[in-house]
Design a binder for this molecule. Structure first.
Ligand code: MG
Length: 465
């Protein structure tokens, strides 16, 4: 086994004395697209999008077809991925803008902090969105290296309908550009990711690559401009697919394939308001900003040659809150001391098709409002208003929205993936069972609709004055 320097030696000694395996733990690469819809990849059914590298990743790995995010909006979703918690638990909702004075609390542990004691090198290249003030930046939360935008790429002076200050590009903790040329971001993140893998090939590493794209405003480099069958949005997806290819080629070139788990997924569904600049949720209902499956169910591909059986599909429930405990299990790391919500789903990755999910149910909040629960094949929506697009926008502008209301409605997602047929009246016992689950959720995480205060809610970090 190759190890480098005194730190690695000390880490090995600590592992041996603490009873953990001294064998080198696996590398992890998590690639997180922004607003990529369930049906935006060829390997997830897109009829007009070529994604040869992601298709190959799926052919060499496993597609997860019932994979969920915790909330269909950027900051909340990213917080859930990185902490293994429902966003309500850690007090981060919605999408933090440049005026926000809060971020991830110092007491919460990110995946990077969980992996650090096992000797991992850690990096994030892309969109952070857990707070942009220095004390909330990735470098203060377990990441050795960072290049990226601290929040969404539309929070800049050129926003079509809102006013925002200059958008910083941050390297480490230093702003190295304002309003950067966004057509270069995917390339810059990718080049930095490849360099990070090369530099840390002899120690375990965790690379988090949360692309700024395909969140609006869409930008693509000359390499891919005008070449897809699906306009600018197609070009942008093609560039993300290229980036995946660069990462996979680097792992292969450095002989790291067999010791590296690569996960590709998205932070939420497509932002349908933006019409041709949004992606597609395919057969799923609605999109980003809702608790319908078009908002919260995302494409997910995992690849780990020799560990994940090639060309397989898992339709069991899994979610981004499960990534932290799963990577902790696979690396022999300790879980955070504070309560988390995710579970180890590693048997769904490495096992055969008969393995069942350890998750009985998932709770879907929008902000502090419990709107829906998924349990097995069933999804129960509680009465709530949601954002619906009446007229999609054109050329990078948002469309016209309305706020219809759903009543209590039960859907059987095995026979009705589009949540179109309310079967509550025919399945009263299921409604009763899922309503009881909702009471558990409200007792723990609260619910602003019913004005319940949850006992398990922790505060976000507040900017020190
Ligand atoms: Mg997003």
């Amino acid at each position: 086994m190759m190890v480098g320097g005194g730190c690695a030696w000390l880490m090995q000694l600590l592992c041996v004395t603490s009873g953990l395996s001294a064998e080198r733990p696996p590398n992890f690469v998590v690639i997180f697209a922004d607003d990529l819809g369930y049906a935006d990849l060829h390997c997830f059914g897109s009829p007009h999008q070529d994604t040869p590298n992601l298709d190959r990743m799926a052919a060499e790995g496993r597609r997860f077809t019932s994979f969920y995010v915790a909330q269909a909006v950027c900051s909340a979703s990213r917080t859930a991925l990185l902490t293994g918690c429902y966003p309500n638990r850690v007090g981060i909702h919605g999408a933090l803008g440049p005026a926000a004075t809060h971020g991830i609390h110092a007491d919460e542990m990110t995946i990077a902090e969980v992996l650090k004691p096992r000797g991992y090198a850690t990096a994030i290249y892309g969109k952070w969105h857990l707070g942009h003030h220095p004390e909330f930046l990735p470098t203060r939360h377990g990441f050795d290296d960072y290049l990226g935008l601290p929040y969404s790429n539309d929070m800049w002076p050129k926003h079509p309908t809102a006013k925002f200050p200059d958008l910083p590009l941050i390297d480490g903790e230093r702003t190295v550009a304002t309003n950067p040329d966004q057509s270069q971001l995917t390339t810059q993140y990718t080049e930095r990711a490849v360099k990070f893998i090369e530099q840390h090939q002899s120690q375990p590493f965790f690379l988090y690559l949360p692309h700024t794209m395909p969140h609006v405003p869409l930008f693509v480099s000359d390499k891919h401009a005008g070449k897809s069958k699906n306009g600018l949005h197609g070009d942008v997806i093609a560039e993300i697919d290229w980036s995946v290819g660069q990462v996979l080629a680097t792992l292969k070139r450095l002989n790291l394939d067999d010791n590296t788990l690569v996960i590709f997924t998205s932070d939420n569904g497509p932002w349908l308001s933006y019409g041709p600049h949004a992606g597609s949720a395919g057969p799923l209902r609605e999109g980003k900003g809702t608790t319908w499956d078009g908002g919260v169910r995302v494409p997910c591909v995992m690849r780990w040659p020799g560990k994940i059986p090639a060309n397989t599909v898992c339709n069991e429930l899994a979610a981004t809150i499960d990534v932290l405990p799963t990577l902790a299990k696979l690396s022999g790391s300790e879980l955070p001391a504070l309560k988390i919500d995710g579970l180890d789903v590693s048997p769904l990755l490495t096992g055969d098709a008969t393995v069942k999910t350890p998750h009985a149910d998932y709770w879907f909040y929008w902000g502090g409002e419990l709107q829906a629960i998924r349990s097995g094949r069933w999804k129960l929506h509680f009465p709530h208003s949601y954002q619906h697009i009446d007229v999609p926008g054109a050329e990078g502008r948002p469309g016209k929205l309305s706020s219809p209301k759903t009543e209590l409605a039960l859907f059987d997602l095995e026979t009705d993936i589009g949540e179109a047929h309310n079967v509550a009246a025919q399945n009263e016992e299921v409604v009763v069972r899922l309503t009881a689950l909702a009471e558990m959720a409200r007792a723990d995480l609260g619910d602003t609709i019913t004005k319940r205060v949850g006992t398990g809610v922790r505060a976000a970090g507040q900017l020190k004055k």
